[in-house]
Write a protein that binds this ligand. Structure first.
Ligand code: GDP
Length: 139
C-alpha cells in the first residue's frame, strides 16, 4: 500500500558544496512536507549496510567510501505519489542525463557524487526511514 512517504539523503558532495539550503527549498517548493530531518554522517560500516543491496555492483566500494566521506542530511518527505514525484524532482542517477531544472541537474557533478538519494519503492522508503529515524523523530 502506498504510504505517500519517501526517504532522501542530501549526499556529502552537496552538503560540502553548500547546497543543503537550496535543495531543501526545492523539495519544499516541489510540494513535499518534511516529516523528519537530521544532519548526521554515516560510518563506513553504516554506509555499507545502507547500500547492502548494491554489494555485488562494481561501484559498491566507491559508493560506500563516498557516502561516509562527510556529513549528510537525511529526511522523510510526505506528498501524494511521493516516490515517483520525488524521483522526477531529483532527475536521473547520472546528472549528465538528468532533465534541466532537476536537483541532480543543478547540483550534481557525477554519477557517484550525485547530490541526493531518493527511495525507489514504498517498501524501501520505510526501511530507509527506519534506518535513520525513531518514532519520536518523525511528525
Ligand atoms: P538511484 O536510485 O538513482 O540513487 O540509483 P541506484 O540505486 O541505481 O544507485 C545508487 C547510487 O549508486 C547512485 O545514486 C550513485 O550514487 C551510485 N551509482 C549508481 N551507478 C553508478 C555507477 O555506474 N558508477 C558509480 N561510481 N556510482 C554509481
Amino acid at each position: 500500500m502506498a504510504t505517500n512517504r519517501t526517504f532522501t539523503m542530501i549526499k556529502p558532495d552537496a552538503v560540502a558544496n553548500g547546497h543543503t539550503g537550496a535543495i531543501l527549498d526545492d523539495i519544499i517548493k516541489g510540494g513535499f512536507k518534511i516529516v523528519a530531518l537530521k544532519y548526521t554522517s554515516l560510518s563506513d560500516a553504516k554506509a555499507g549496510e545502507f547500500y547492502a543491496v548494491h554489494a555485488e555492483r562494481p561501484f559498491y566500494k566507491d559508493l560506500v567510501s563516498f557516502m561516509s566521506s562527510g556529513p549528510i542530511v537525511a529526511a522523510i518527505l510526505e506528498k501524494e505519489n511521493a516516490i515517483e514525484d520525488f524521483r522526477t524532482l531529483i532527475g536521473a542517477t547520472d546528472p549528465a542525463k538528468a532533465d534541466v531544472g532537476t536537483i541532480r541537474n543543478k547540483y550534481a557533478k557525477s554519477i557517484d557524487a550525485n547530490a541526493v538519494h531518493g527511495s525507489d519503492s514504498d517498501e524501501n522508503a520505510q526501511i530507509e526511514g527506519n534506518f535513520f529515524f525513531s518514532a519520536f523523530e518523525r511528525f
